[in-house]
Design a binder for this molecule. Structure first.
Ligand code: SF4
Length: 65
């Protein structure tokens, strides 16, 4: 079943771990803020990447529903 990747910019501290480590899922905006590239997580590879991004994010801004 597809999962939904979410990014809460109110929590984000622009540490950049998400887009540096997982450029398929996140991109960097001009101001250094992250942007979500992939919201629907459907494959095992995407799920593994999403879980890794959640683990390394220092602010808890990334979640999976
Ligand atoms: S890793 Fe977390 S805190 Fe850092 S830019 Fe990404 S969402 Fe924001």
């Amino acid at each position: 079943m597809a999962r939904t990747l979410k990014l809460d910019l109110d929590c984000c501290v622009n540490a950049g771990e998400c887009y540096y480590n997982h450029p398929r899922l996140f991109a960097m905006e001009d101001d250094g803020a992250p942007r979500l590239l992939l919201k629907q997580i459907e494959t095992d590879d995407d799920l593994r990447e999403a879980e890794e991004a959640i683990e390394v994010c220092p602010s808890g801004a990334i979640t999976l529903d």
